[in-house]
Every structure is written in C-alpha cells, then in structure tokens.
Design a protein around this ligand. Sequence first.
Ligand code: NAP
Length: 416
Amino acid sequence: MLQFSGAAIIPALSGLVHSGRSISSLHCHGRYRHLLLRPATVKVMGNSNDQWLLARSPLEGWPAEGDFRFQTVSTPEPAADQLLTRTIYLSLDPYQWGRRRSGTEKPGDVCHGRTVSQVVSSRRPDYAEGDYLFNTNGWQQYGLTGAGIDPFGYMHPRKLDPALAPISTAVGVMGMLGLTAYSGLIVQCDPQPGETVVVSAASGGVGQVAGQLAKIRGCRVVGITSSAEKCEFVTGELGFDAVVSHLKDDLPERLAASCPDGIDVYFENVGGRVYEAVLPLLNRDSRITLCGMISQYGNEAGASPGEVWMDMGRATFEAQRVEAHSLFVGNYVDDYQDRFFGEMTDWLRDGLIVYREDVWRGLKQAPVAFAAMLSGGNFGKTLVAVSDDPTRAVSVDRTQPSTDSQLHRNLFRNCR
Ligand SMILES: NC(=O)c1ccc[n+]([C@@H]2O[C@H](COP(=O)([O-])OP(=O)(O)OC[C@H]3O[C@@H](n4cnc5c(N)ncnc54)[C@H](OP(=O)(O)O)[C@@H]3O)[C@@H](O)[C@H]2O)c1
C-alpha cells in the first residue's frame, strides 16, 4: 500500500496533477487533515458532460463492443430544488447488466449507476457547493439530483462526511454493497460461533465483506475464488481459514476437504458449478443466502436462473431442512441501514474489516471495466474514478486511463 507524507497532499489539493497511484490512508491523517476536508471550489470543466448511453437492445449474453455509445453533451442547469453534481466515483455492479438485458434500461438512456459526487451548484437549502453525496448520476461526468430526478427506488441520496469514512466507501463497504453482505449473512443466516461458512466470489466486493463478517461472528470461513493471487488475498489479507479455486477440475473434492464438518451457511454469489459443489456438503438446518448467480447472468432466454437454482437444490433442501433465503438489498435499507452503518464504522476503525477496491481511472473505461468485472477481471470492489477525489488526492488524467487495485486497512483509525 502506498503512503504519502502530508507534504505530498498540498500539490494535489491545489489542482496539480499527481502522477502516482491512488493512496489510501492520507485523507484523515496528520496536520494537513483540515485542508483535505475543506471542500474546494467546484468548477464545471468546460461546460461539457461526457456520458455513456445504452446503444442497443436486445443485448447478447455478455457485454460486447457496440452495447454502449459515448457522447458529450452540455452540462445541465439545475432547476428549483435540484443540485448539479460532478461524479467522482462510479460504482460498477452486476445488477446493472440485469437492468440492461431485461429492457428496464432503454437504448438512448444514460447508463444507470450509483455514484459518489460533489455539489457543483445547489438550488436546495440542505446542500452547499462542495458537499459530497451518494447519488445515482450514472455513467456520466455530471448529473442532476433532487426534484423530479428518479433516485432509483431505495438508493436515496445522502450527504457524506469525509471525516467519517473515505467517500469511495459510500458505494462499497459503507454502502449498498456492505449492506448486502450484512443483510444476507448476519440478518438472514445468523451464523453461530464455530459454524462453517462458505462464501463464493470471495475476493469481490460483496464476498470479501461477507466472509469477514463471518469471521467476526467466530465462524470457520472458506472462500471460493479463481486465481492464485486472489486465493492468497482471501486467506492472507482477509483472514479466511481456507480457500479453493473454482478454476480447478476437482473443485468438489477440494471444497469437501476444506469443509470437514460440512457447511452450515453458504453465501451464494455465483451459482453454476460452484453451487453444485456446495450442495452435497450442506448440513442439516443449514442456511443459504441467494445473493446472486453471476455465472448465469449471460444465459439465453429460457427458465430463469432463480428457478433453475431452486430446482437443483430442492431435494437437498428438503432432505437437510435447508433454509434458502433470496436476497434483495433494497428490502433492508429502511430497517437495517442505520444499524449497519454504526456497526461497520466500528469494525473498520478497529481493523476487523479490510477491503479492496479496484479503481479504473477515467469514464472512458467504464464499458471495459464493467465487462471485466462480470467475468472475474476485477480484484475487489469495481469503481471508476471519473474525476479527481480531493479527499484522497486521487487524480484522473482523462487522456491516460489506468487501473489500480489495492487493499485498504485501518483507514478509519484516525477519523473521528
Ligand atoms: N441480492 C442483492 O441485493 C445483491 C446486491 C449486490 C450484489 N449482489 C450480487 O452479489 C454478487 C457479487 O457482486 P459484486 O458486486 O460484489 O461483484 P464482485 O464479486 O466484485 O465481482 C464479480 C465476481 O464474480 C466472480 N465470477 C464471475 N463469473 C464467474 C463464474 N462464471 N464462476 C464463478 N465466479 C465468477 C468473479 O470472481 P472470481 O475471480 O472469484 O471468479 C468476479 O470477480 C453478484 O452475484 C451480484 O449480483 C446481489
């Protein structure tokens, strides 16, 4: 992990291009902290707004060149009770592909996405220029928030305090992604000390949090991921007790060897052959969170992946009295989000949860990063840094896209 001394912060704050990789732990450290937390004057760059639109429908199984169209339009003017915000981070999530394939998102629409943004111009009394917020600008540099703008149901805009948490985490470990892991693992499956918990897509955004939550609960945790590097990360950095690669032909045997007492809780992110390997190992009264089935998101029309998944598991579920919960994080926002934020802040501050972000710099990269994430080309939570993050001195050179995956540990230690 790269660390910068306080002196390195100043050039970044004054708008000079910082050519290094993004940094993880300076934003709330030391005597320059007050400078980092002071919102800079926010300028619209040249009054133009780069956007990615959905280009066509229907879509093939997996993202392909031609599914997305890049355009540059004028920056919109906020109307009464609206904000104009610049996108700092764009979150790329598997559900976005579902919206596109199902036709919810139409050709010509700006691609949907959760974002971390900064207010450029406010016509609302509760937001001032320079404030940071979670919102849903989508795949574009600037967007409107407020009256008449669809917040996509449960994705309510909220103001962010960079002194409480790094702002990128509002679309990650301290956002819907973390809440997904929490709702599925803690609320639905309620793992007990000593139980065996298996998490698939263990090195990804949701998986890394779910597994660490199970460790906090005192469980034996087994991760499933792909490459040797990711396997090493899952046991070495995340602290899981064991890991197996789904790329190996003998996955079922390896998983069985890693779970000598069977499986009590399975956090399902993947489906397919990973799920097949899990089924015979499920103990009596075990629990499953069906969080996602990413291996099936490119299936051609036919039986829904959820139905196929239930059909495959039914006999085992009945024989072993397995509780299978399907998960939709939107159902947990009203009742659990505040509690989750409180507990997660403590875990992060105490170093009990670490997390990895995979940051692609430059909006132009969004389609490539999105396709990579869906096929395992990501390493951690996938984000696009669309514009500079003054709180972390992440700068974006639009002419030179780059990527940067790194682990964040104890970021919160020096925050209030
Ligand atoms: N229910 C909800 O409300 C909710 C909310 C958020 C997310 N989710 C679900 O949670 C899951 C994880 O989402 P995320 O955003 O955290 O993504 P992610 O795990 O960061 O990225 C996706 C990962 O899926 C794995 N993968 C892709 N294709 C695979 C295949 N054929 N077989 C096995 N693994 C494969 C890859 O990891 P490897 O390198 O390990 O193969 C890849 O890194 C997804 O299924 C998503 O739909 C559900």
